[in-house]
Ligand binder design. Structure first.
Ligand code: ZN
Length: 135
């Protein structure tokens, strides 16, 4: 594997389980045991009720493209080899929305409401990034 030169997530005490699961190709989201709400991004409190009784549940990994943009100008030189690429908001089946990349398809072929499933891009020995591809 070539050395990865783009920004890499740093797991902390809130997100370490998410990243450990991603390493095993499992997509986790948080569930609040106080009000039942689901959420992503991971936080130490529920965004709905501020409860701290959060647990991790495994998402199906399936969802739909809510919206997207095609990036043609690399934000930094490290992304120049990637353009054009798709940054999208993905609505997971469970009802939470996450920002990610859509891969495995020409950028101009991506559509709103397109069904997608998670894939994991192993960027370092400890971090795998969840991305999405068409089903
Ligand atoms: Zn809650």
């Amino acid at each position: 594997m070539n050395e990865y030169t783009k920004p890499v997530p740093f797991p902390d005490n809130v997100t370490e389980k998410f990243w450990a699961a991603a390493r095993e190709k499992r997509l986790l989201i948080q569930k609040c045991n106080d009000c039942g709400a689901l959420q992503f991004l991971a936080q130490s409190q529920c965004r709905g009720c501020l409860g701290e009784g959060l647990e991790w549940i495994e998402a199906s990994g399936r969802g739909k493209v809510y919206s997207y943009t095609v990036v043609h100008r690399a934000p930094t030189a490290r992304f120049e080899e990637d353009v054009p690429y798709v940054v999208a908001l993905i609505d997971l089946e469970e009802g939470v929305r996450m920002m990610s990349a859509v891969v495995g398809i020409e950028p101009e072929a991506v559509r709103v409401d397109m069904p997608v499933e998670v894939v994991f891009d192993e960027i370092t020995s400890t971090i795998s990034l969840p991305k999405f591809r068409p089903i």
